[in-house]
Design a protein. Sequence first.
Length: 445
Amino acid sequence: MAAVLSSCKKSNFLDAKPSSSIVEPQSITDFQELLDNTTVLTYNGGLPQLSCDDYETTYANWQTVSNTERNAYTWAKDIYAGGGNIADWDALYSEVLYCNIVLDRLNQTGLVNTTQGQYLKGWALFDRSFAFYDLARNFCNTYDKSTANTDLGIPLRLSSGINYIDQRSTLQATYNQLLGDLATSINLLPADRPSQNLNRPCKIAAYALLARIYLDMRQYSDAENNADQSLQLYNTLIDYNTVSKTSTTPFSKTNNELILTKAEIGSYALTINSTTSQATIPDSIINLYRPNDLRLAVYFSNTAGTYRKKRGYFGVGLYPFMGLATDEMYLIKAECLARAGATAQAMSLLNQLLVNRYVSGTFTPVTASSSAQALSIILTERRKELIWRGLRWQDLKRLNKEGANITLTRTLNGVTYTLPPNDPRYVMPIPDDEIALSGIQQNNR
């Protein structure tokens, strides 16, 4: 390759199109179609769902899945076993590329100065921020203000050019970038929630994503403020008495609690939502649901006492819903209020959610005598409400940072595997092929 490149003039090589059939996006329509490409821009990584304690599987089933799935399930140090093309990394950087193409071409064409151009800029900034955030929460340490300036972040690709390599930024620089881009996007996005195309962000979604990120950062005042901003714009909840308890697809792709649609990358058999899934729900989770709690029948199928996750908020999708919804905002705000000592307000907000989850006329409002008790109740409800939504792994990381001391254990074929709190294996390794190609620094596991 070096010999070939040395025989070419640099300017000719970089300026030439690889094919005359390639057309650069030029118009507002082109840019919107790029961002509307839901085969690229609506996914999050699945390694955290594979690794978390939302489910369990048998040794026989574990033997049938890919090396990556087996190793993620047992928290092996080497997850990929030499394999490449890891979608959790590659697909998310593909999303970043699409967003950067739109941002670059909007500026180059001058269309960024139009009303529609400003909207598309906000959309691209939002989607790029979501991708950066998913990469950071999966491949970086949990954010800690005291170490963020020295912890490794992710490569921050801010241009659509492909003829350069970015090394890893600091974690602080990573969060500065994605939070700054989200703050900019809020001023450019519409206030109203889309009625159909829920891959398209609005102000509600930007505030909701900020709330989720600040919660992960353990900056609870900022998380509460952004959850509140989101709920002020849109706070609809579904009465689960109106949701089918027998359907394997109880929710539609545009149900009224959805704010933004995202799903897990369809790469891992163990995370499929299905009544025949290889993954089953542990009794320890099933036992959390009280009598008359409709979530038990709405969320799970029950075959002779074995529970499996039904298709979730993503409607017909087989893989877990990982987008944004109002129920999550209620829980974020309630948790932050409890942490701030506002016990009565926290429980009142939680009860607004829970009354919609119980058989009509059977719900008794939940009370707490202290902020600590309120927090414990809210975290249990978060566990029950947001199961199989790609949030548990990050919750484990942040709660253990808070001193929760949660240890994960699995047993397969008589062998017990353990993941202690704050273990380096909570951070996913950078894929081997990425390390070989770019030389960026690997995580310590």
